[in-house]
Design a protein around this ligand. Structure first.
Ligand SMILES: Cc1cc2nc3c(=O)[nH]c(=O)nc-3n(C[C@H](O)[C@H](O)[C@H](O)COP(=O)(O)OP(=O)(O)OC[C@H]3O[C@@H](n4cnc5c(N)ncnc54)[C@H](O)[C@@H]3O)c2cc1C
Length: 482
């Protein structure tokens, strides 16, 4: 077991003293992400690139110290929480756009780049980066790769997996390698594909090659206003059944609308039961035709009004409400627990009713804001963590909601990942053999359990030593590390 002093000496040798945090007050902000769980690391390091990242990983492996990669910490499944303490490797110093290649329509970026900055830079070339998580002002491209992030505009264009063509990676063993490259659809085993969505359990992405798309020639954004979530849900199915795949189709329920309007003044009617934000893009003619059809489907399914954004400012305002809705819910309760289930679109109405019933049975308010077109639900349970026993109650309600999604033929995550929080639910969907294969894949990248431990795979795979480590810590005294 290394002492604190030994660990800091090794980390300092790898990245320099200015890029190592270890004082408790400096570590406070690294003990959580967007979820309920918390754990403080022993140290946080900020490498400048692949070589320094590799040096940190090799030092930690030598000392037997757990490692947790971290981007912006906006994750919603506990992926960046250092569950077994140890060292957080943060990508905040790797945030450059290294290249935008308009001819080949790609960009090479560092992993700590905030998502939105990529599209802002690409716009100068008439291009954009499609995956647009609602957290895109803060979340990083590296975090998006690890979580296979989605966003409102992934309905037609697909999630991160479809937009990353190559990765420079430092594996859990501390080796620098490339997975894929600048040419899409490389032959052989798709290790790039395996890395995207691996939730920081195989290594750290230190460069990312992404596909850029041309900005659409024309965009129409409309807001369907409904009395009930059921009407809005039927509209979602009707629009898809009519042969359209809008760029985005996002729903918010009454509680969310109230909070968003009060906090952001975006023009939503606060007395509506649900709103559906539909965006269509492409060539002007077909887009106008599709918008008229989508509008008609809204009315056909009971909309009391459909507003069409008249200019970029109005469109921005409508999106401001959607993208800021989760933060705005802070007006109602100091904490939220956001779930991320997927259900077949045809089951939206049924599962939403079940979600409400579960929340009600626990006496917990629940808001809903979600990517309706994908059947990707985000029930947000609102609570105050200072109330005794509340986090456990919220987690129990969350587990029931996830079970309801799976029972409806759905899945455990559409975009936020499994992380720490849902790892024990994996056997609901995967056999022992499946899970064993996933565990073997970790081994291929050199992860024997200490690289982002207790994430993605069920307890026991990488978490077995927890109790043992805590006992060792107590026995070794205050200067010990693990
Ligand atoms: C208000 C709000 C709205 C959100 N909306 C969306 C949404 O619409 N769609 C969506 O998909 N998500 C959404 N999220 C969730 C979150 O923003 C995404 O999961 C995002 O991809 C996380 O990025 P991050 O940089 O914050 O990563 P972190 O939270 O720091 O880390 C997430 C995971 O990635 C790993 N990781 C980080 N960087 C690397 C790297 N370079 N290499 C390897 N592993 C790494 C970490 O170990 C961890 O497991 C939302 C979150 C919030 C708070």
């Amino acid at each position: 077991m290394p002492t604190r002093r030994e660990l800091i000496r090794e980390l300092t040798a790898a990245v320099g003293a200015a890029n190592v945090l270890w004082r408790p007050e400096d570590l406070l902000v690294y003990e959580f992400d967007g979820t309920i769980e918390r754990q403080a690391p022993h140290a946080v390091v900020f490498p400048a690139g692949a070589e320094e990242t590799a040096a940190v990983i090799r030092a930690c492996n030598r000392l037997g110290i757990p490692i947790t990669p971290r981007g912006a910490g906006t994750g919603l499944s506990g992926g960046a929480i250092p569950t077994r303490r140890g060292v957080i490797i943060a990508t905040a110093r790797m945030r450059r756009i290294l290249e935008i290649d308009p001819v080949n329509r790609l960009a090479v970026v560092e992993p700590g780049l905030p998502n939105l900055q990529l599209s802002e830079a690409a716009a100068a070339h008439g291009l954009f980066y499609a995956p647009d998580p609602s957290s895109q002002r803060a979340c990083t491209i590296g975090g998006n790769v690890a979580e296979n992030a989605g966003g409102p505009h992934c309905l037609a264009l697909g999630v991160t997996q479809n937009h990353v063509i190559g990765l420079e990676v430092v594996t859990a063993a501390g080796e620098v390698t490339w997975l894929g490259n600048r040419v899409p659809d490389a032959f052989g085993y798709d290790l790039r594909g395996a890395f995207v969505g691996s939730e920081g359990t195989l290594g750290i992405a230190t460069k990312v090659v992404v596909r850029l798309l041309p900005l659409p020639a024309s965009v129409v954004t409309l807001l369907g206003i409904f009395d009930t979530v059921e009407q809005a849900s039927h509209t979602v199915s009707a629009i898809i059944a009519a042969g359209m795949i809008p760029a985005a189709m996002e729903m918010m329920d009454r509680l969310t609308i109230e909070a968003a309007e009060a906090g952001l003044q975006c023009g939503y009617p606060p007395d509506a039961g649900a709103v559906l934000l539909v965006e269509l893009d492409g060539l002007p003619g077909p887009v106008e035709t599709q918008a008229a059809r989508a509008r008609a489907e809204c009315f056909e399914n009971g909309a009391r009004e459909v507003r069409v954004a008249q200019d970029a400012h109005e469109r921005e305002l409508l999106w401001k409400g959607r993208k800021g809705a989760i933060g705005a819910l802070g007006r109602i309760a100091p904490n939220y627990y956001i779930l991320d289930g997927v259900v077949p679109r045809s089951k939206l109405v049924e599962v939403m009713a079940r979600v409400s019933a579960i929340a009600e049975s626990y006496g917990l308010p629940c808001a809903n804001v979600f990517h309706a077109g994908d059947g990707n639900l985000h029930p947000l349970i609102l609570f105050d963590e200072r109330q005794p026993g509340m986090p456990a109650k919220v987690l129990a309600a969350g587990a029931e909601i996830m079970r309801a999604c799976v029972d409806a033929g759905g899945s455990l995550s559409g975009e936020h990942g499994i992380g720490f929080e849902k790892r024990d639910f994996m056997p609901w969907l995967y056999s022992e053999t499946d899970i064993a294969h996933m565990e073997q894949l970790r081994g291929v990248f050199g992860n024997s359990g200490d690289f982002n431990p207790c994430k993605l795979l069920p307890t026991g795979t990488g978490c077995g030593e927890m109790a043992h480590q805590e006992a060792a810590l107590r026995a070794a005294g205050p200067d010990a590390y693990v």
